[in-house]
Design a protein around this ligand. Sequence first.
Ligand SMILES: [Zn+2]
Length: 109
Amino acid sequence: MKLRKGDLIKVVRGKDKGKEGKIETILPKLSKVIVNNVNQYKRHLKARSQNQPSEIVTLTKPLPVTNVALICPKCHLQTRVGVKEVKGNKIRICKKCQAEIWVTYKINL
Ligand SMILES: [Zn+2]
């Protein structure tokens, strides 16, 4: 999985093609990501009692990683992620401008 939480991505396939958003959650086992405001579905919940009126909730469904492309923080182009090794650390790079790609916030695993 070359994407990280906090990455800016563009949707390249599916119903939200063309939309951009930030990765909220990574689901490595499913090869899916949850992106803020992308792939949302509305679900109508029926009233269960008078105290709980019916409501429409918005669900954000995970997207397959193959449906998204990273947007490089430096050149702002939709790009593929490369990896280079520096002193034993793997660093992601943009294949278009070769800039190193760092995440905007830390991941807690
Ligand atoms: Zn770039």
